[in-house]
Ligand binder design. Structure first.
Ligand code: CA
Length: 226
């Protein structure tokens, strides 16, 4: 699950980001409407959490622009005031849900789960396949040639991230940001260590290697046999 948070209040953005991240979602955060629209248009998200009062372009305009370009990503609106007229108008504009500040993380999480259920992810989102490696995203089960592979949460998130960007090299900083929520230059070798453990579980016992390290660049999972 990929979630985009468009929110200029750092405190709110941070607590939502932290909560979602710990619940196993991939999260991007931007702090103005222009960046929000750009991210929403250039990446695939399952849910967009959109604040109304935003610099550069307000939430209304972002929502309108999204729907005008046939972007049907689920949008949950964050509003500072509870106003029925506003709420109705937002639903007319194509919002999927509406949450009044302040809200608890568990409330937001429940709304996200409800939206997921309503929209019923397509089969392709439930089962992922890379060559003979299968991931059941609903049961969190990973197997290769029908052999079950036990992964830790971080190994699982890392594998999902690689698969979502299949045949595309991801650098360490991107992986650190997405899987560990660390978005600064860091000396940690946690990415390399986790990749090593993942390769051991995914690739060691099989002739066809799926995960590759690209010296000086990062890591990639490939379904193209070189
Ligand atoms: Ca705001």
């Amino acid at each position: 699950m990929n979630i985009l948070i468009i929110e200029d209040e750092t405190k709110t953005a941070k607590f939502v980001q932290k909560g979602l991240f710990e619940s196993g979602y991939f999260v991007d955060v931007v702090s103005n409407g222009m960046d929000g629209l750009y991210y929403a248009a250039s990446r695939q998200y399952d849910v967009i959490i959109l604040d109304l009062m935003l610099p550069k372009m307000d939430g209304w305009k972002v929502l309108k622009a999204l729907r005008a370009t046939d972007n049907n990503t689920n949008v949950i609106i964050l509003s500072a005031i509870s106003d029925t007229d506003e709420k109705v108008k937002l639903f007319d504009y194509g919002a999927d849900d509406y949450l009044v500040k302040p809200f608890s993380f568990s409330e937001l999480h429940a709304r996200i789960k409800a939206i997921q259920k309503r929209t019923k992810p397509e089969a392709i989102m439930q089962m992922l396949q890379v060559v003979d490696l299968s991931i059941d995203c609903v049961a969190f089960k990973v197997s290769r040639q029908n052999k079950t592979i036990e992964l830790t949460i971080k190994e699982y998130l890392l594998l999902l991230l690689l698969i979502q960007n299949i045949n595309e090299v991801l650098n360490r900083n991107t992986i650190l940001d997405k899987v560990w929520g660390i978005n600064f230059e860091s000396e940690t070798n946690i990415v390399d260590v986790t990749i090593r453990r993942l390769r051991k579980k995914i690739d060691d016992d099989f002739d066809v290697k799926l995960i590759h390290s690209i010296r000086g660049l990062g890591y990639v999972i490939r379904d193209e046999v070189a």
